[in-house]
Design a binder for this molecule. Structure first.
Ligand code: AMP
Length: 277
């Protein structure tokens, strides 16, 4: 497995491989890897010749009072997981943006609600870093987790709108056995906070149960009943939206996505599930 600290050296290698007709697969991450990330490696591994993982905590996507400085890192653990899951190259850049970087990508409507409501500059940071990473890695396919459902929709839209010849694949959300969605930030949670964090998934499951078993379709009713399952410090949002446009629904007809974000003991957690018959 190769480790690249220089994005432009990796880019040379990528271009060489493309000329030889190899298929490049890519999984961008911020490190502190867990089984959610490695599940994406497994999906990509089957579909490419050369599998690249990037590990870069992107300052552009963090707001002023967020946890950029405390974001967990464990390069040795990450390297081991990459090795075990067949990653061919890790991009672990020492420097990433030019000092005079001045190009930003904004995917408008999809970025506005949900996490974009509470983190107004977040998705612009995400799309900008992903586009720049795509430029270095030159992937044919890139795999993103449904854990970040809104992010996945935004990346798909960016790739479509900017005609990037890259297939975007969404990997299923991976959970702990308890049901808590795996996240690099879970390592900040005390055992008690983990129990409270689990209530995010309980609230989502309650929406699904009320829709499927009790036949409740009205979103206001579903939300107010589901909120009773929550035990968190601060709710950012609980929303039931159209699976593609991410627009809030008033009624669930056949299918919807329910998404939640909340803080538990200072740690911001997100989760989402499909609601269908
Ligand atoms: P991050 O390192 O948090 O930026 O995440 C890198 C990629 O891993 C993103 O595409 C995330 O959606 C994905 N990911 C993170 N956690 C999970 C999870 N529990 N299940 C599936 N994918 C995940």
């Amino acid at each position: 497995m190769q480790i690249f600290h220089s994005p432009s050296v990796l880019q040379k290698e990528a271009l060489l491989r493309k000329r030889r007709g190899e298929t490049i697969g890519f999984v961008p991450t911020m490190g502190a890897l867990h089984s959610g990330h490695t599940s994406l490696f497994d999906i990509a591994r089957e579909r490419c010749d050369w599998l690249v993982c990037s590990i870069f905590v992107n300052p552009l996507q963090f707001g002023e009072n967020e946890d950029l400085d405390q974001y967990p890192s464990d390069f040795e653990g990450d390297r081991q997981k990459c090795l075990e899951h067949g990653v061919d190259a890790i991009l672990f850049p020492r420097e990433f943006y030019n000092p005079d970087h001045s190009s930003y990508i904004r995917v408008e409507t999809l970025s506005q609600g949900l996490c974009g409501g509470n983190r107004p500059t977040h998705f612009e940071g995400v799309t900008t870093v992903v586009a720049r990473l795509f430029g270095f890695v030159q992937p044919d396919i890139a795999v993103f987790g449904q854990k970040d459902y809104q992010q996945l929709a935004i990346i798909r839209r960016m790739v479509r709108d900017l005609a990037m010849p890259i297939e975007i694949i969404g990997g299923e959300l991976i959970r702990e056995q308890s049901g808590l969605a795996l996240s690099s930030r879970n390592r900040y949670l005390s055992p008690e906070d983990k129990r409270r964090g689990l209530t995010l998934s309980l609230a989502l499951r309650e929406v699904i149960r009320l829709y499927k078993e009790d036949g409740i379709q009205n979103v206001t009713t579903l939300k107010s009943k589901a909120l009773k399952k929550l035990n968190v410090d601060e709710l950012d949002y609980l929303e039931i939206v159209d699976c593609d446009s991410l627009k809030p629904l008033e009624q669930i007809k056949d299918k919807a996505r329910v998404l939640i974000a909340a803080k538990v003991g200072g740690t911001r957690l997100i989760d989402n599930m499909e609601v269908s018959r």
